[in-house]
Write a protein that binds this ligand. Structure first.
Ligand code: C2E
Ligand code: CA
Ligand code: CA
Length: 651
């Protein structure tokens, strides 16, 4: 029995493979066999009634048997249809088709034979009409219904009609012979009709399938990042929406925003193809390290997002450090070793938000903090970040407006020769007179200006103002302007300084630019070029806040500093004592040897002035001499000095 079944199935499979129809179209056509079971039931019921009534009228035991056989087959078919779910994936198309075929063919054959028997018996015209009409009607109706599977449709028609036709010819009566011929003619007619129905059905299903598949493909493409094969923005959104729909109060999720540090340099220096390969490598590692059920997406540029289920915060912390470790593993590209680092911002559901937007914003803020806090780190979101951001945004907006509204001023603080007491330089220090908040210290807004990039505009404005004022001073007084690293690295930085000098008509040798050690943490080509370009025209450079930063003497040797400003913490800070004294002495000695001026910052008392002078500093700056003052007061200080000079000369 089993071998017979497998043979049957083998025959079936062979037929299937030779079939031109794609599996999905075939499947849909086969499901049409199982669709509308009511039409099948009505057909079967009519036939069973006809056979039973015929048996009763003719009182023939054979017809009772036939009615019973038809009932058994019909019941078995209904049971099989109920047991086999045509929509379920588990049931193969071949099985569904075979089961249907066995039921349909045996029912059709039983019916055809019953009608044929009635004709051959010839005892009751009533019964003949009843059975033949029902059988032929069933054969035609069912073949039209099953046009989706032509073999089944034609098989059913032939199995009902051919026995009847044979019986008709058997009687050798002209009426029956004519009936037999017309019944046989029905077969080619129905083949043609069903063939047409089948073609239309198959083509429309196939084209619907094609467009559905195309739409699927387009959708996948639209949600995939071409470079890495990860989800893109749209893909991430889609995945997040789907995940968020299934979230309940027990769900915990982490959103990790990964931003590669200084990836732009990889692109600029090694080219985009290499950049793409690095992105690909990072994507692969992120995919590997992410837990099951995660969505890993590339969020444009060098940013990635991992959205994943977690059990607790520790899970997210562990994952974040694994991500760092994976990304930091050097890449090998064309035999070259390449190291990449990343900053991570993490937000958690439900702690930091219950919807996708809030989680994204929180992770973004956390990432921002990670980057500002020195990069290559992970920051978890906390609510103070939002407050910080609001304050910064406010200052940023107002700062842009402040430049336009003339709320900013430059004040000047003298730097004095400790031997003669004469003003050698004025340091330009920016002040912001806010209409509501009053005077704001540069420490409050310069960092914001640096982070937001406003410093470039602001810095150019300060240099231009300072140069204009300095041009009105005597030729031997110089002006010092503070420069932020960001300003120096901005494109066209040197040009900005040069045009400020030109517009003010100030000799470049009278401008001093104060830079801090932080500028040299990164070995940056732009910095060196900037310093060289301006040094060439005579602009001088001072190293500001010396002793607070990295204090590598290497760059003092590399760059042409004319001045070192010892930070005020050495003069008036908590650590002031023998140690700081020794440091000032050492720096002063180096200054004398290398021909550099050494400025002591933050001198507030005469004692401090004495100490630094004894230690060897030749210049001093601080409240002891003067606070930073507006330009007209700076001019007055200079005028006073000249007046004293004049008096001394005439005396
Ligand atoms: P800095 O370059 O070290 O400037 C010296 C700071 O020390 C000034 O503060 C000055 O007012 C203060 N100071 C001077 N003498 C004394 C003293 O005897 N005792 C004490 N306690 N402080 C003294 P200010 O003007 O608030 O500037 C703070 C910082 O803001 C500056 O430090 C500088 O780094 C930055 N900054 C100021 N103006 C500008 C600017 O125009 N551009 C840039 N990029 N940064 C600026
Ligand atoms: Ca300074
Ligand atoms: Ca300083």
């Amino acid at each position: 029995m089993t071998s017979a079944l497998s043979r049957l199935r083998g025959r079936f499979d062979k037929r299937q493979s030779s079939d031109q129809l794609s599996e999905r179209v075939r499947r849909l056509l086969v499901t049409t066999l199982y669709a509308q079971p009511s039409s099948l039931a009505i057909g079967a019921l009519c036939i069973i009634c006809a056979a039973s009534v015929s048996a009763w009228i003719a009182d023939m035991p054979e017809l009772y048997v036939a009615a019973a056989v038809l009932t058994v087959i019909a019941t078995a078919r209904v049971a099989a249809a109920l047991a086999l779910d045509a929509e379920a994936e588990g049931n193969s198309t071949a099985t569904l088709e075979l089961v249907y075929e066995i039921g349909a063919f045996s029912f059709a054959l039983a019916l055809g034979c019953t009608a044929a028997f009635v004709i051959i018996d010839g005892s009751s015209t009533q019964v003949e009409v009843l059975m033949v009409c029902n059988a032929v009607g069933y054969g035609i109706g069912v073949s039209a219904r099953n046009a989706g599977r032509l073999t089944i449709a034609m098989g059913q028609l032939c199995l009902t009609c051919v026995p009847i036709a044979i019986a008709c010819f058997w009687t050798a009566k002209p009426g029956f012979i004519t009936l037999g011929v017309t019944i046989l003619l029905l077969i080619p007619a129905m083949i043609s009709i069903c063939g047409n129905i089948f073609t239309v059905l198959r083509d429309s299903i196939a084209s619907a399938e094609t467009s559905a598949r195309l739409a699927d493909k387009m959708q996948v493409l639209a949600r995939t990042d071409v470079v890495t094969g990860l989800a893109n923005r749209a893909g991430l959104n889609h995945a997040m929406v789907e995940t968020m729909m299934g979230v309940d109060e027990k769900s915990r999720l982490a959103l990790i925003w990964v931003d590669l540090d200084r990836f732009k340099e990889v692109n600029d220096l090694l080219g985009h193809p290499v950049g793409d390969r690095v992105l690909n490598g990072v994507a692969k590692r992120l995919r590997e390290v992410s837990p099951e059920g995660s969505t890993v997406a590339r969020f444009g540029g060098d940013e990635f997002i991992i959205f994943c289920p977690i059990n607790n915060r520790q899970d997210a912390e562990r994952l974040a450090s694994e991500i760092h470790a994976e990304i930091m593993r050097p890449f090998r590209i064309d035999g070259e070793r390449l190291e990449v680092r990343a900053s991570l911002g993490v937000s958690l559901l439900p702690e930091n938000g219950n919807d996708a937007d809030t989680l994204m914003q929180s992770a973004d803020l956390a990432l921002y903090h990670a980057k500002v806090g020195g990069r290559s780190r992970t920051c978890f979101y906390d609510s103070s970040m939002s407050r910080d951001l609001a304050r910064r945004r406010e200052i940023e907006d107002e700062l842009r407006a402040a430049i336009q509204r003339d709320e900013l001023s430059i004040y000047f603080q003298p730097i004095v020769d400790l031997e003669t007491g004469r003003i050698k330089t004025f340091e330009a220090l920016v002040r912001w007179f806010h209409p509501h908040k009053g005077e704001l210290r540069p420490d409050e807004f310069i960092p914001v200006a640096e982070e937001t990039g406003v410093i470039v505009t602001l810095g150019n404005w300060i240099t231009a103002q300072a140069a204009r004022v300095a041009a009105t001073w005597p030729d031997d007084v110089t002006v010092a302007v503070n420069l932020s690293p960001l300003q120096i690295r901005a494109p066209g930085a040197a040009l900005g300084i040069k045009s400020a000098l030109r517009e003010a008509g100030l000799d470049p040798r009278r401008l001093e630019l104060e830079v801090t050690e932080s500028l040299f943490i990164e070995d940056n080509h732009a910095t060196a070029a900037f310093i060289e370009e301006l040094s060439d025209i005579g602009v001088r450079f001072a190293l500001d806040d010396f002793g607070t930063g990295y204090s590598s003497l290497g760059y003092i040797n590399t760059f042409p500093f004319s001045k070192i400003k010892v930070d005020r913490s050495f003069v008036s800070g908590a650590q002031v004592g023998r140690k700081s004294d020794a440091i000032i002495r050492a720096v002063a000695e180096m200054g004398t040897t290398l021909g550099m001026d050494i400025v002591a910052e933050g001198l507030e008392t005469i004692d401090q002035v004495q100490v630094v002078r004894d230690a060897g500093c030749n210049l001093g700056q601080g409240y002891y001499f003067s606070r930073a003052v507006p330009d007209y007061l700076a001019a007055m200080l200079l005028a006073q000095e000249r007046e004293q000079d004049g008096r001394r000369a005439s005396a």
